[in-house]
Design a protein. Structure first.
Lengths: 795, 162
């Protein structure tokens, strides 16, 4: 077909608008709206004794001040627990505005609405909140010790305890010729999109309807939550995700306090109200992730085969659990990567601390799991004196063992069954790309020159495209253009391009004739959201299903018009024609006109569909039974379970013998996300993920002091990598199509970040000659580890 | 906040007058008073560079400047980096060619920064290109394609001169 674009590195169609300053991010709209600002807790744990707003009342432009006492009905109740789970026995969620108690620095206590943000913040500054400060619980050790409690009614600070096992790991360990124990730790990081959260609400009193714009990853679910919280029928609430300046997980959480409060204020005041999060607010009142402590026992034979694996870990879930225990469940299950231990047992506790709540950040528990498993692989290799890649290869699930059932339950409540993947082939490609087998020589040469270089390897498997479903709507307009809508949202993934490619190829139209709408409940009301590397798997297949229906209908109508068998027709560049007979043809635009029998003509084209123009069977209805007018259709895709992408990374590092600075020499990626729709976009996703992996391994951490103060709540002190910290990334792809969906695709969004900590720990250990067990790692930490290692060796 | 100052400046080649309180940030004045929302605010403490605009040709962080302090100056925003006919300018075109953006939020600050940089150094090496963008944060791209965009922009500018 002449117009085929699937698999091509098409330049993104959204770019010209974004590049010329014509994007519409949340704060770019609603200039006449009132501004909301919040008084937030300066304490990690405190009782609220009194709130005195007197001094704020004479601030110019003040419209309203709200505390928890002002909130009506369901708005005064705790926010929803989005993902309940039987193991989450003590789930707790915050109030929209704190009621009596605050549990982390940054928790919202008072909302001020004023003429503009400057004035709203003036008023906030004048509000006095009196606290009775309570001792906080900070860090996993304090949470486990439980001498203090975050929530009085949650014993041991334990939100959840969960065990999963496959086989008898204890017996397998007892019978193993060799057993190792490892303690492995990961610190906090966060999504930190360049655009923070934001919400802008408009109430139309005449229509009794609410329109809310939110910088969210889940507009349909925000709508459902707002309707429930505000007591409105869902069909009176519309939620639109405008251009969104990055999400990376943090914007999948909803409803945020500000989403419900700003919407409620817009109704209450009958005015437009907007809140735009500032950077400090984002650090202390959005969400973090990653902090976990793991203890591993692994049993293996003299050939390095995994016989038994027992993992216990403790997950810091912060002050509340609105997103349930998805992150530790993902760690517990995805830790296994491409390997098949004969027996596996995992147990975790999810613990409350007086810190910002924890919800998925790109990778969502996988970076920790990958770090643990890959440290185990390196430890086995070191113990047996084997090549690290060789140990991995010996434990790979083989392509002919697919589908492979791990005997566990995944984060979607479905069995953890890998659908496909060729791990030995992926490893072969990576070893070739990085020059794995030749590295030993280079390492020795460098060492002879007094330089320390090391190579690291890390493998991962990522469950992508989890359900329950997504939908797509496709319509051919009477001018031959095509409109596509899907409910999930976009935060930079290029959906305007990739979704259009899917529709254009199936319909046989030029790509530039297709436009795509995402994340707008006015255009498509059923959706789940953009997370878990699922958008193209889910909406791509849904749009494909809708486009196929439209194509079939177009061929039927064209067949009638051309007096041809639809099976003999094809669509090329927007024209339906008899295969091999281009003179017998009809444009899709005309087919769209004919699909909608008319009484009234409004132009010459539409006149072709009127009642005296059409050749018609007088005994049949103009719209055939079982059909609808219009050349449009809706399709859904609901997979039985996730599809599993995989990849392997290698990094070469050089560590300074004096300063312990860690320099990245090379970074190589081999990635398999099934059929590629747009390789350019996939490559970009991988690059961005790797950059976040570099950040998570070497730079980024949330530094809380013992009082629960976040000491580095700015981009000055939270070290997000600049261009000078991120290496040039060398990539290669494998395409193992997923058998689970018609397009054969797997998700790619999170892949790049997953093995970051693992691969750097592997490389630095290789350069230094002792194992790295805690990430991220700074030069000063490495320096002290060296000292400790030298002292231990010399003793 | 009754003290309102009147200032006159040139924005993207067009003379504009503004009446703003002394504390009004240049970023807010551009975005909310003049409606030029291409300039984005990512951190409000001068680190991320998303709000970078050119004041008299030099890149500055508009979130760290009061609007009153640029009275009489010439300001160029990302909107002003387009060609006179509204089509993409060389740096913008290069970003499109090289997939130099994903969510696009940080992009305006990169476009203005690189525009000024290429005036100074029209033929950068790859290493210099990476250094040139080292004051701006991007969370999406990993910078590799932005480095490529700098080099591509230099190429487009050279082609335009020939």
């Amino acid at each position: 077909m002449s117009t085929r674009t699937m698999g091509e590195p098409i330049a993104r169609r959204e770019d010209p608008r974004l590049l010329s300053g014509q994007g519409h991010y949340l704060d770019d709209i609603g200039h006449t709206a009132l501004a909301a600002a919040f008084v937030r807790s300066p304490h990690a744990h405190a009782q609220i004794v009194d709130i005195d707003v007197t001094d704020a009342l004479d601030v110019d432009g003040l419209m309203a001040i709200y505390t928890h006492d002002d909130l009506p009905d369901r708005l005064a109740e705790p926010l929803p627990l989005l993902i309940p789970h039987p193991s989450l026995t003590h789930g707790r969620t915050p109030y929209a505005l704190a009621k009596d108690e605050v549990n982390h620095v940054g928790e919202a206590i008072v909302m001020v609405v004023a003429a503009d943000r400057y004035l709203a913040e003036d008023a906030c500054d004048r509000i006095r909140v009196e606290y009775e400060v309570l001792p906080p619980v900070v860090g996993i050790a304090a949470a486990r010790e439980a001498s203090r409690l975050v929530h009085e009614d949650v014993p041991g600070n334990i939100a959840a305890t969960m065990v999963q096992e496959n086989g008898d790991a204890a017996a397998a360990l007892a019978a193993s010729p060799r057993v190792l124990e490892l303690d492995l730790e990961v610190e906090r990081s966060a999504s930190t999109p360049l655009e923070g959260k934001g919400v802008y609400a408009r109430w139309d009193p005449a229509d009794a309807s609410l329109r809310v714009y939110s910088s969210t990853q889940a507009s349909t679910s925000v709508r459902a939550a707002l309707a429930a919280k505000l007591g409105l029928p869902p069909n009176r609430v519309e939620v639109v995700a405008p251009d969104v300046g990055g999400g990376f997980g943090v914007k999948i959480v909803h409803p945020w306090p500000e989403e419900v409060l700003v919407s409620w204020a817009a109704i209450t005041l009958s005015r437009e109200v907007k809140w735009t999060e500032d950077r400090r607010e984002h650090f202390v009142s959005s969400a973090h992730e990653r902090s976990q402590v793991h203890h591993v026992r692994v049993g293996f034979d003299d050939d390095g085969h995994l016989l038994g694996l027992e993992v216990s870990f403790w997950h810091d879930n912060g002050a509340y659990t609105p997103y349930g225990i998805i992150v530790p469940i993902v760690t517990a299950t995805q830790l296994l990567g491409p390997y098949k231990p004969a027996a596996y047992r995992v147990e975790f506790q999810s613990l409350y601390t007086n810190t910002v709540l924890v919800t998925p950040y790109r990778g969502a528990g996988r970076p920790q799991g990958c770090f643990v498993m890959e440290r185990v692989m390196d430890a086995i290799a070191a113990e047996l004196g084997f090549d690290r890649a060789e140990v991995r290869e010996r434990n790979f699930i083989q392509p002919d063992e697919m589908p492979y059932d791990h005997g566990l339950i995944f984060q979607d409540g479905r069995p953890l069954i890998y659908d496909s993947g060729d791990y030995p082939a992926t490893l072969r490609k990576l070893k070739k790309l990085v020059g794995w087998d030749e590295f030993g020589v280079y390492r020795e040469q460098a060492r002879a020159e007094g330089r320390r270089v090391g190579i690291g390897i890390a493998c991962y498997v990522e469950g992508t495209g989890v359900g329950p479903y997504e939908g797509g709507w496709v319509k051919v307009e009477t001018d031959g253009s095509v409109v596509v809508a899907t409910g999930l949202t976009t935060q930079g993934q290029g959906h305007q391009t990739a979704f259009a490619q899917v529709a254009a190829d199936i319909l046989g139209v030029q790509l530039d004739r297709v436009s795509v709408v995402t994340g707008d409940t006015r255009r498509f009301g059923y959706a789940v959201g953009t997370f878990a590397s699922r958008a193209l798997v889910m909406s791509g297949n849904a749009i494909a299903a809708a486009a196929r229906k439209v194509r079939d209908k177009a061929l039927r109508i064209a067949g009638d018009a051309l007096e041809a068998d639809p099976r003999d027709l094809e669509i090329i560049d927007g024209v339906v024609q008899v295969r091999g007979v281009p003179t017998s043809a009809i444009p899709l635009s005309t087919v769209a006109v004919l699909s909608n029998p008319l009484r009234y003509a409004f132009d010459t084209e539409s006149a072709r569909a009127t009642q005296f123009a059409l050749p018609a069977d007088p005994d049949k209805p103009p719209v055939p039974e079982g059909e609808q007018p219009g050349l449009e259709a809706t399709g859904y895709y609901s997979p039985p379970r996730a599809t599993f992408a995989n990849g392997m990374h290698a990094v070469v590092v050089e560590t300074d013998p004096d300063t312990a600075e860690i320099r990245i020499v090379r970074y190589c990626v081999v990635h398999d996300c099934g059929t590629l729709v747009n390789p350019r976009i996939v490559e970009g996703q991988v690059h961005g993920g790797v950059a976040q992996g570099v950040g998570g391994a070497l730079y980024e951490r949330m530094v809380y002091d013992d009082d629960g103060q976040l000491l580095n709540a700015s981009f000055m002190d939270f070290l997000m990598p600049y261009s000078t910290e991120v290496p040039t990334i060398e990539t290669d792809h494998l395409e193992t199509p997923s058998p689970l969906n018609p397009l054969g695709i797997k998700g790619a969004g999170e892949a790049g970040v997953i093995p970051g900590m693992a691969v750097f720990a592997s490389a630095i250990s290789d350069a230094e000659g002792f194992p790295i067990t805690r990430m991220p790692i700074s030069p000063s930490e490495l320096f002290h580890l060296r000292r400790a290692h030298e002292e231990a060796t010399n003793r | 906040m009754t003290d309102v100052h009147e200032l006159a400046l040139t924005v993207n080649g067009v003379p504009r007058t503004l009446r703003v309180p002394a504390r009004r940030l240049l970023s807010d004045a551009l975005r909310h008073d003049l409606g030029l929302t291409g300039t984005h605010v990512g951190c409000e403490h001068g680190v991320c560079g998303a709000c970078t605009v050119l004041v008299d040709g030099r890149p500055v962080r508009s979130c760290l400047l009061f609007a009153v302090s640029v009275d009489g100056s010439s300001v160029t925003t990302v909107e002003g980096c387009c060609e006179p006919d509204g089509s993409l300018g060389p740096v913008q075109q290069a970003f499109w060619d090289c997939h130099g953006l994903q969510c696009g939020f940080c992009t305006p600050g990169f476009v203005t920064t690189i525009t000024a940089y290429l005036d100074e150094n029209p033929e950068p090496t790859a290493e210099e290109a990476r250094e040139a963008i080292a004051g701006n944060l991007c969370r999406c791209t990993g910078y590799q394609n932005i480095v490529a965009s700098v080099l591509r922009a230099a190429e487009i500018r050279r082609e335009a001169r020939v």
